[in-house]
Design a protein around this ligand. Structure first.
Ligand SMILES: [Zn+2]
Length: 230
C-alpha cells in the first residue's frame, strides 16, 4: 500500500476575470509558514506569502495576479483550509462592553474589479492595462518592501506611453523605471493618483452594533485576527 494522500485542485475561485483552480493548504505549507515567521530576520513580504502559501496550491504556476487579487486568492484558500469565519473580541468605544463575535469573511468582503483607462498628464498619455504574463517574474524578483512592491506593480501595468504624440511601446522594465523616476514628483503623483482610481480594490469592513448601548462602529478587518494559524 502506498502511503499517499492525494489532493486535487478541487476548488475554484473567481478572481477578477480569472477562474483560479486551487487546493487546500497542507501541513507542509503550515509548517513552512510558521518557520518563516519564527525567524525574526525573515521579512514577511507579498513574495514570501506567494511562494509559501499560494504557489503550492494553484494549478497554474504562471498565474499573474495584482496586489489585491493576490490578497483575495489568499482569503479564498484560507476559507477552505482553515475556516470561513474568524472570531474577534470587540470592546465598545463608548461603554467599554466586551464581546466575542464570530464573523463570516464573505459577509464583510467587498471586491471591485479594475477599470483601466488612458491617463493624460500634460503632453503625455499613459496606456495602462492588466499585467502582461511575461513581466510577472520581474515583479516578484523586485519585491522588497511594500512601497517598492506597489511601485513595481504600477509600472507593470503601463503598456505604452505617448509623449508629444509619439508612441513608445518598446521599452524594458529598467528603462521604464528610469523614465518614471525622472519625472517631476508632481507629475508622477498625478499619474499615480489617476491610476489608483482604476485598480481593483478590496475592503473588509464590519458594522458593529454594541448590544449594551447600541453604539455603532465600522471596524476595518484589512488584517483579520488569526487569519493564518496563529
Ligand atoms: Zn456600548
Amino acid at each position: 500500500m502506498a502511503l499517499t494522500y492525494k489532493a486535487g485542485y478541487d476548488y475554484t475561485a473567481k478572481i477578477g476575470d480569472k477562474e483560479v483552480k486551487f487546493k487546500q493548504w497542507t501541513a507542509k505549507e503550515e509548517r513552512t509558514y510558521l518557520q518563516a515567521i519564527e525567524n525574526e530576520k525573515t521579512e514577511i513580504t507579498d513574495k514570501l506569502i506567494f511562494d509559501i502559501l499560494i504557489k503550492p496550491c494553484i494549478e497554474d504556476k504562471n498565474l499573474v495576479l495584482s496586489v489585491q487579487e493576490q490578497k483575495l486568492l489568499l482569503i479564498e484558500i484560507r476559507k477552505v483550509s482553515i475556516s470561513e469565519t474568524f472570531t474577534d473580541e470587540i470592546e465598545c468605544k463608548s461603554c467599554n462592553n466586551k464581546e466575542i463575535i464570530t464573523i463570516k469573511i464573505d459577509d464583510i468582503l467587498s471586491y471591485e474589479k479594475s477599470n483601466y483607462k488612458d491617463i493624460k498628464v500634460q503632453d503625455m498619455t499613459f496606456h495602462v492595462g492588466e499585467i502582461k504574463t511575461n513581466k510577472a517574474k520581474e515583479r516578484l524578483i523586485m519585491d522588497k518592501g511594500i512601497i517598492n512592491y506597489i511601485f513595481v506593480d504600477f509600472l507593470l501595468h503601463i503598456h505604452s506611453i505617448d509623449i508629444n504624440g509619439e508612441l513608445n511601446d518598446k521599452f524594458t522594465f529598467k528603462e521604464l523605471e528610469k523614465f518614471m523616476d525622472s519625472l517631476p514628483t508632481k507629475i508622477f503623483d498625478e499619474v499615480f493618483e489617476q491610476y489608483q482610481l482604476m485598480i481593483d480594490s478590496l475592503e473588509l469592513k464590519y458594522k458593529y452594533k454594541c448590544p449594551e448601548c447600541n453604539e455603532e462602529e465600522i471596524i476595518d478587518y484589512t488584517n483579520i485576527p488569526n487569519f493564518l494559524w496563529i
